[in-house]
Design a protein around this ligand. Structure first.
Ligand SMILES: Cc1ncc(COP(=O)(O)O)c(C=O)c1O
Length: 554
């Protein structure tokens, strides 16, 4: 984003570490998507939190760099830079042990994927830690990554001439990517998709803590999440974000001859982006995305090259319910692991392990937290082989949920069941209200009898959870603007979902603004689709607010 862009101050939702922010008008959303404005706050994987931004600015000045990106750990920062340059057959010269391990990791996964250069002259990419005898300026045509493992002044000078530095910022326990070339935007996107952002709570801890204290709170949370999903706490792995959990799951599943993932139904935008982007990096064919008629289409494409099958229940934003039993029975015949993102149903409404699913992922940022003030993710897995694969990758990246995020989630999760009961009831009533409103064409909520997924919802889910979407009969930006701009309290106009406060987002405009019309058609998305995440306010208040705004639509 151009630094000349107008800076707009928006109000955070969820306090200092809030994970959402109010976009007062639809024009504000569009201006953000058009990159006309820069925001002070937003969803943290999309808009850098001010605490993170401040550290990035300080490092930028210190290193005289073009840009800086902070990541949750040094290892995850290195992974992103490495991943950016990765292509099949690349010859890498490195003197850094962690890079040798990364090369071994890729070569174990995908036979002979990366070659190790013995000398600088034969390399396509240099990753350098120690001082070299050779002058790096002699290697103008190849990318050069510098590793800074300790913060010493002379090291900054030593690394002059590098394209990127990866800095182990030990004092803050994060990694920073320091850019001298114009590859910032792409790596920034990789950071968003992978969820490896530095969480604001990590940079501003409430107090110091010992390893034993960390372990105590971590174990308590893992046990609670395990209990909710009917497994042991030892089967639960914590991550700094939902996307980090999903990214690690997807990348762990890929192997030498297991090179495609099948996705069923509508998926959260960044899961979709990972599935679109990464196979190409590995030189694989595209993943397969099935939009409708899931079982039949799955039977047509399933073969031994499939690394896994992934879907959400219900899916975001079309709130589809997939026939889990049927999908599991098809996948089991080929021993293909099934991953369910249970973020939206939540364990209150659905337990995927009851149906022999292999891996459950959650963005704990959402309903499990419910307060808009925590960022995290988790994976639950029982199978020892899968567990080892995931854990090895997680440990390699040194990823975990931030200590304060663990503590906040331990607190927020206490009222989870009560919260979900109210949210289920509220959302059902709101969906019924919307379905009868004359200017609305379609409401996506599987517990409505008119929904094509009604029987599946009844079969699998205790309740419909809080997420619903709808489209207008007259689907136009002007109609969407009349509606959106006239929404008042108690509904908050901000991205994210799953909180006790009702959140409205023009989801497709926010998440798929630059997708072509053809792509939206394929995904089945109306550009002006509105997504509501219903909270625990009094139902009449939510409905009155919607009624007021809907009366202004045509
Ligand atoms: C269904 C679903 N899964 C995963 C994610 C990503 O989680 P996080 O934002 O915590 O990285 C989201 C985010 O909105 C989501 O809706």
């Amino acid at each position: 984003m151009n630094s000349q862009n107008k800076f707009k101050v928006v109000k955070p939702i969820g306090g200092v570490h809030g994970i959402s922010a109010i976009f007062p008008t639809l024009k504000d959303v569009i201006d953000y998507e058009e990159k006309i404005v820069r925001l002070n706050r937003g969803y943290p994987r999309f808009v850098t939190h001010p605490f993170v931004g401040k550290i990035e600015e300080t490092l930028k000045n210190k290193f005289h760099a073009r840009e800086v990106l902070c990541c949750q750990t040094f290892e995850s920062a290195l992974f992103l830079v490495f991943d950016f340059y990765l292509k099949k057959g690349i010859k890498i010269y490195t003197d850094y042990d962690l890079c040798h391990r990364l090369i071994a990791f890729y070569n174990k996964k995908f036979k002979n994927f990366i070659k190790t250069a013995k000398t600088l002259n034969e390399a396509d990419l240099l990753i350098i830690n120690r001082k070299l005898r050779e002058k790096l300026t002699d290697f103008v045509n190849i990318p050069k990554i510098g590793i800074i493992d300790a913060e010493k002044r002379e090291l900054y000078e030593k690394f002059n001439g590098m394209d990127v530095l990866v800095f182990n910022y030990k004092e803050k326990d994060i990694g920073a990517i320091i850019f001298y070339t114009d590859i910032f935007s792409e790596i920034n996107l990789l950071r968003r998709h992978s969820g490896f952002i530095a969480n604001s709570r990590k940079l501003c801890p409430t107090r110091a803590f010992t390893r034993a204290q960390f372990k105590k709170h971590e174990t308590c949370l893992k046990n609670k999440l395990g209990e909710l999903e009917k497994v042991s706490g030892n089967d639960c792995f914590l991550f700094p974000s939902g996307m980090a959990a999903i990214f690690c799951t997807i990348l762990s599943l890929f192997a030498r001859n297991k090179n495609k993932i099948i996705a069923l139904g509508s998926l959260y935008v960044d899961t979709l982006r990972i599935l679109e982007k990464w196979p190409k990096k590995f030189g694989f064919k595209n993943n397969i995305i099935i939009y409708h008629n899931f079982e039949n289409e799955l039977l047509k494409v399933i073969d031994d090259s499939i690394a896994g099958i992934i879907f959400e229940i219900p899916s975001n934003p079309l709130i589809q319910v997939i026939d889990v039993e049927k999908i599991v029975s098809i996948a089991q015949q080929k021993k293909i692991p099934i991953v369910i993102d249970n973020t939206i149903a939540t364990p209150y409404n659905f337990n995927p392990f009851d149906f022999n699913v292999d891996i459950i992922v959650h963005s704990t940022t959402k309903f499990l937290s419910g307060k808009n003030n925590h960022m995290g993710g988790c994976i639950l897995v029982k199978n020892e082989k899968l567990k080892k694969k995931l854990n090895d990758f997680k440990n390699f990246l040194n990823l975990n949920m931030t200590f304060d995020d663990i503590k906040i989630l331990n607190r927020n999760i206490k009222k989870f069941e009560n919260r979900m009961k109210t949210i289920n009831d509220n959302a059902f009533k709101v969906a019924k209200f919307l379905q009868n409103y004359e200017t609305i064409d379609k409401v996506y909520y599987p517990f409505l009898e008119s929904s094509s997924d009604y029987l599946l919802a009844k079969k699998y889910l205790k309740g419909g959870s809080g997420l619903l979407s709808f489209v207008f009969k007259n689907s136009s930006i002007s109609n969407a603007t009349y509606f959106y701009d006239n929404i008042k309290s108690p509904i908050l106009k901000g991205p994210s979902l799953g909180s006790e406060k009702t959140l409205l987002s023009p989801y497709v405009i926010m998440a798929h603004y630059n997708d072509s019309k053809e792509k939206l058609l394929k995904l089945g998305y109306d550009f002006c689709l509105m997504r509501l995440s219903i909270g625990t306010e009094r139902t009449e208040k939510i409905i009155d607010c919607l009624k007021y705004a809907l009366e202004r639509t045509k």
